[in-house]
Unconditional design. Structure first.
Length: 332
């Protein structure tokens, strides 16, 4: 019988170790941490699950997406910091000063024609991409945000043009400007904190998306909605550029294709869910007041001119012109 020497054992160990490394490498996955403020009740959470499923299929399991809902990884305004710091790989991006054009156009005063929303959002993402790249980010998923950014108050039939000192929850600088123009006082409150704020009387009104409002059960504390259609909104989900660039070209294309497919898959489900949520709220005693086209025009006319200089400063004249031209092509 051949004796097993120390050198033989060492040689076998090295060979086995090398084989293990090769096997691990062959089956390695890139795991992407997707952060969102929506909770699991929200239909958009199903959209992220669909995105993760499509990524897994299209990359043959090489890329895995983990979803973290309800702002569990970071707060509302911390998306860029979270991605740059490695806390998240994909996240929504709010009005961040490091993205000056996106900051003043991702929520924009206009009446949107939603017939070509997927194409509109994709074209907007292309315009914003160079700025995002400079900040170390890549636009990935366009949100269905523009469908439902609306207003709620304690009392029915509130006139948006006459807020008369009301404290109204704002999502960002453009909405704050609108509230101030119409005589109100903007108050920034993160989505997770809005219920308590409304319940305790911290605010008299709320500006928010219908989907988020419904998912967080806010109709019970502030049940009277003014449905105005005053916004284009595309609070995009972006990805850490270093993480994106580290993927193979094949997996990069797969990730982008999965994002687009998930948007198309989600849109009709999202709209149906929002409509059902509104109908259910009305059955429970809520009200919906729709403004006229004339009223909408007057409200927009009162703020668009004020926002023009902000867009020019944030985007520069050339990009600002392209953004406005795109929005004009898709307005009612």
């Amino acid at each position: 019988m051949q004796k097993t020497t120390a050198s033989t054992v060492l040689r076998y160990s090295l060979v086995a170790g090398a084989a293990a490394v090769m096997a691990t490498t062959a089956h390695a996955q890139t795991t992407l941490r997707l952060s969102t403020y929506v909770n699991e009740v929200d239909v958009r959470y199903e959209g992220f699950k669909k995105f993760a499923e499509l990524v897994n299929t299209k990359t043959s399991g090489r890329v895995k997406v983990e979803i973290f809902g309800s702002s569990t990884l970071h707060g509302w305004s911390e998306g860029v910091d979270a991605m740059q710091g490695g806390v998240a790989d994909i996240s929504w991006v709010s009005a961040d000063k490091r993205l000056p054009c996106y900051r003043v156009t991702s929520l924009y005063p206009m009446a949107v024609d939603m017939k070509k929303q997927i194409e509109l959002d994709a074209a907007y993402a292309v315009l914003i991409a160079p700025e995002a790249n400079k900040a170390g980010l890549v636009p990935l998923i366009n949100s269905n945000y523009s469908y439902d950014q609306e207003w709620w108050f304690k009392n029915p039939n509130t006139d948006l043009a006459k807020l008369n000192g009301k404290l109204v929850r704002s999502i960002g600088p453009m909405v704050s400007m609108m509230i101030e123009t119409w005589g109100g006082k903007p108050v920034f409150i993160a989505p997770k904190e809005v219920f308590q704020s409304a319940e305790r009387g911290v605010v008299d009104g709320i500006n928010m998306g219908v989907a988020t409002y419904s998912a967080w059960k806010l109709w019970g504390v502030m049940p009277h909605m003014v449905q105005s259609n005053l916004f284009y909104g595309n609070i995009q989900y972006m990805m850490n550029k270093r993480k994106f660039d580290a993927l193979s070209p094949t997996d990069q294309k797969a990730l982008q294709a999965a994002a687009t497919e998930s948007e198309v898959w989600l849109k009709p489900r999202y709209e149906a869910w929002v409509d059902a949520s509104i109908a259910d709220a009305v059955k429970q005693g809520g009200t919906v007041t729709k403004i006229t086209a004339e009223k909408r025009k007057a409200l927009l006319d009162s703020v668009v001119g004020k926002w023009t200089s902000e867009v020019d400063a944030g985007c520069g004249p050339e990009l600002a012109g392209k953004v406005r031209a795109l929005f004009k092509q898709n307005s009612l």
